[in-house]
Design a protein around this ligand. Structure first.
Ligand code: HEC
Length: 145
């Protein structure tokens, strides 16, 4: 049993490595999904509006009538989604600094070239690959509203 657990952990490690390698920005896009499971728009909405995980509304605004306090430091999300497709959104959420080295937007899926990372968080991304896919799955639904 112990051996099986150890083997599973090794396999997980390999999977994680593959995921971490998949974030190459070509042109202005990341074509490949960051997760095995497809994104879930309901979970994605919860992440975008969350004050703990996504924190997107600290800076962005969007069609979220229940959220009284929304940011005005960044583009309105529905307008951005109208001109960016899923691979373009993925690249911007993974590594906003690739597009503007001075941006205040966090790079949600980077572990290197970051500033001011507490030691206990070193090597960790802000959101998991699955969470980013959930966010993208939600954002693209804004085009249908
Ligand atoms: C601390 C502020 C901040 C947070 C938090 C933040 N962003 Fe941003 N975001 C920005 C700014 C500012 C820009 C404009 C790009 C720049 O800085 O050059 C931007 C740009 C973007 C863009 C590209 C917009 C366009 O029209 O080109 C997308 C998409 C985006 N953010 C999505 C998100 C999502 C999704 C989250 C949460 C997971 C998030 N952002 C969290 C500040 C933020």
């Amino acid at each position: 049993m112990r051996k099986r657990v150890a083997l599973a952990l090794v396999l997980l490690g390999i999977l994680n490595l593959q995921v971490a390698n998949a974030q190459v920005i070509k042109g202005d896009s990341i074509i490949e999904s960051l997760s095995v499971e497809s994104g879930d728009p309901v979970r994605g909405r919860a992440i975008v509006t969350s004050r703990q995980t996504g924190l997107c509304l600290l800076c962005h605004s969007g069609p979220f009538p229940e959220e009284r306090f929304q940011g005005n430091l960044a583009p309105e999300l529905k307008a951005s989604v109208a001109r960016l497709n899923a691979p373009q959104l993925r690249a911007r959420i993974v590594n906003a600094a690739h597009f503007n080295p001075q941006t205040i937007m966090p790079s949600y899926y980077q572990t290197s070239n970051l500033n001011r990372v507490a030691t206990k968080f070193a090597g960790q991304t802000i959101l998991s690959g699955q969470e980013i896919e959930d966010v993208i799955a939600f954002l693209v639904t804004l085009n249908n509203e």
